[in-house]
Design a binder for this molecule. Structure first.
Ligand code: HEC
Length: 136
């Protein structure tokens, strides 16, 4: 009887060791996806600088050719992510400012748009436009 208990105890220790190993593997997996997240916004920054900053300015503060996106008007409650997707896909008929229309940006893929949104939302949060988390 005692022997059986001992054996069960040993099995228990073995099992917990396996569980701990599995968990730590899962956690390091989570760590990886954390660094992917960081690079999504970094890629978004590079894409933004390449395609959008010519009008919206580095850091999305605006230029003489386009409005700032770090602006209350473009917070998620007023311009949700879908309006960014639409702007890039279809362009924008001028309706808020006097800069003229925004041309569509056909060189930007769907995945790139998401990264750009991520970057702009981070800038908005950092700029105190709204409180929340960036969508990536
Ligand atoms: C040639 C200049 C130009 C470029 C390049 C440009 N934009 Fe714009 N964008 C504008 C202007 C001008 C407006 C403001 C239109 C208005 O008066 O409402 C605008 C408006 C927007 C809006 C608001 C849309 C809405 O529904 O009101 C978003 C979002 C936006 N741009 C995102 C982007 C992103 C992302 C990029 C890069 C992929 C980009 N823009 C590139 C000129 C530009």
């Amino acid at each position: 009887m005692l022997n059986r208990k001992l054996r069960l105890g040993f099995l228990g220790i073995l099992l917990s060791a396996v569980v701990v190993m599995a968990l730590s593997a899962a956690c390091s997996g989570g760590g990886d996806s954390g660094s992917n997240q960081a690079s999504a916004s970094q890629e978004g920054e590079a894409l933004f600088n390449k395609t959008c900053s010519v009008c919206h300015g580095a850091g999305a503060v605006g230029t003489q050719a386009g409005p700032p996106l770090v602006h209350e008007l473009y917070r998620p409650g007023h311009h949700p992510d879908i309006s960014f997707r639409n702007a890039v896909k279809n362009g924008v008929i001028s309706h808020h400012w006097e800069f003229g229309h925004m041309p569509a940006q056909p060189g930007v893929s769907d995945q790139d748009i998401e990264k750009i949104i991520c970057y702009v939302r981070e800038l908005q949060i950092a700029g105190g436009i709204y409180e929340g988390e960036a969508p990536c």
